[in-house]
Design a protein around this ligand. Sequence first.
Ligand code: PLP
Length: 370
Amino acid sequence: MKIPFNDLKRQFCEEEKDLRQAFERVLERGWYLSGPEAVGFEKEFAEWSGSGFAVSVANGTDAIILALTALGLEPGDEVIVPSHTAPPCYHAILASGLIPAFVEIDQDYYTLDPASVEEAITENTKAVLAVHLYGQMCDMDRLVQVCKENGLYLIEDCAQAHGASYKGKPAGTMGEMGAYSFYPTKNLGALGDAGMVCGMSSRFGEELARLKQYGESERYVSTVPGVNSRMDELQAAFLRERLKRLDSHVQERNRLAALYSELLLDTPVTVPKVRPETRHAFHLYVIRCPKAADLGRFLKEHGVGSAVHYPVPGHMQPMFKLGEADCAGVSKLDFSYRLRNEILSLPFFPGLGDEEVRKVVSLIKDFYTD
Ligand SMILES: *Cc1c(COP(=O)(O)O)cnc(C)c1O
């Protein structure tokens, strides 16, 4: 039995009829950008995510870039970001003309460590990018407090956290803005690239609407320098259909995660913890274990896919060492440095069968008893 790390086709089979109808709808209308599908999806996603506004953009990296740009920071200002995260986080900061200040994650939940954030604050620090990694919410009470006390903006990276919440508050609603990605493998995925910026204050909503389309306040009249970052009508139409199933997909993800964790009891594997008083929206199922790289190879030999998210911490990326880009922050990030060699992401996606989860776990048990 071969078990892929991910298989998007299984979801497609379930949704095929709806997706084909969405395609037909756009094709027949003959309107491909900035039309009723994008507007409709913005409205529906704002409602679903409990946000005051939602502005559709071309991808999740642009969502972070445009959110940071809308804050109106100065070139060279620093944005605090965890070192253990997806590369787009720090690339978005660099692309905004800002400097990533790398900090540590906490050892239980792998999200921004508030104490490390406080330690990294300098007079140049202007914002914090709180990444809800793997679908796990950051310690938002403390991060909100640190930001308030130090006059920092708080942007939430929700690219892996569609459906997560903290003490009942949805991801993306506790800082200035929340950035979402709809990359195909995310909890809510398009059939290509797409992203969204959500928030509460219409001031930012209006600024984002300008920035994403040539800085225009009206057609062909630019009041600020902008870019082209629009969501295709086709992607918006697909996403509207898939949004209807998002809650049940998140439930299924969380059920599969619970099954893995239950079956992995009494093994040398550390299973993911869920922060109390939060709703985790499992995007990846990441274990911490001895000989992680060997385990990954062993699974591969037995036809099981796995991956490492992420093998190179931000502060160790060659571009910083080579002087191609500047970074700042807490220089000794021992835990992030160590963790990258101790983690493994197991096959995980809606449509993965219980018997497949059992098979993966029995292989893991074989590996540790050999
Ligand atoms: C996927 C991802 C992004 C970027 O999204 P793209 O749509 O691929 O540009 C940003 N941050 C995190 C944490 C991600 O996982």
